[in-house]
Design a binder for this molecule. Structure first.
Ligand code: APR
Length: 235
């Protein structure tokens, strides 16, 4: 039986692929108003501005590649039963070869209904280079919108994510500021007795969660430190 290695990732893992994080210097929310561009109210008020914002991020995804950190996590599937729980809406984990990826905050590569975001008849893959336009309709006839969890909206698969973290033999947090809930609360479900690592070049605003080893490095360098630590631990 392979040990269960559960990874919880955030924007930091994709930073070295050229996708800006949200709250760092030059972060997205330093330039754009999150409540205007990532909320239902913002979409109702100015749908064109919201569509322009996400269409640009969708197109940008075609211009970036997974980095060494994404690839190492995919490679670890040879030794471990790896599950990636990500807050990221990019598809870089999948493009690096990770076979089990749960997106808590949605996916840029998909669209859905603006009447009922969770209507499975309306959720579908949508080419990243095809802009979502005002007037484009979902299967239920409503305006098409990006399949993204906006602030204040229900977070997908949270129960499953909590269960997987509880069942982890090894837990790794990488590239997230742990300030956005309920996702950030996942760290509290990791079993006390299992090895827990946090890979981040910065200090955690709310302090390092209890029992975690802080690998103070960027993702690309940090994953190599992680692999060495796991070898040292004979894990
Ligand atoms: N490697 C690893 N970590 C990095 C790197 C890097 N190269 N560069 C920055 N970081 C770290 C930062 O120190 C910070 O702790 O990544 C974290 C990024 O934090 P945020 O920008 O807050 O991103 P994230 O935690 O993923 O945001 C959570 O907020 O805006 C919403 O829905 C959005 O999913 C997102 C959620």
């Amino acid at each position: 039986m392979k040990q269960k290695l559960v990874v919880f990732s955030g924007a930091g893992i994709s930073a070295e692929s050229g996708i800006p994080t949200f709250r760092d210097k030059n972060g997205v929310w330093g330039k754009y108003d999150a409540m205007k561009l990532a909320s239902v109210e913002g979409f109702e008020e100015d749908p064109q501005a919201v569509l322009d914002f996400y269409n640009a991020r969708r197109k940008n995804l075609l211009e970036v590649e997974p980095n060494h950190a994404h690839r190492v996590l995919a490679d670890l599937e040879r030794q471990y039963d790896v599950t990636i729980i990500t807050q990221n809406v990019d598809n870089l984990h999948e493009r690096a070869g990770s076979s089990k990826v749960i997106h808590l905050h949605g996916e840029l590569s998909k669209v859905t209904s603006s009447r009922n975001r969770l209507d499975s008849n309306c959720i579908k893959e949508y080419p990243l280079d095809v802009p979502i336009r005002l007037g484009d309709k979902a299967a239920d006839g409503s305006q098409l919108r990006p399949y993204i969890v906006w602030f204040g909206e229900y977070v997908d698969d949270l129960d499953l994510a909590e269960y997987l973290v509880k069942m982890a033999d090894i837990f790794v947090v990488i590239g997230t500021s742990l300030v956005v809930y309920p996702a950030a609360g996942l760290v509290d479900y990791a079993p006390l007795e299992v090895p827990k690592f946090l890979i981040d070049p910065g200090e955690m605003k709310q302090g390092l969660p209890f029992g975690f080893e802080h690998i103070k490095a960027k993702a690309v360098e940090g994953v190599d430190v992680l692999v060495r630590r796991l070898e040292e631990m004979g894990k």
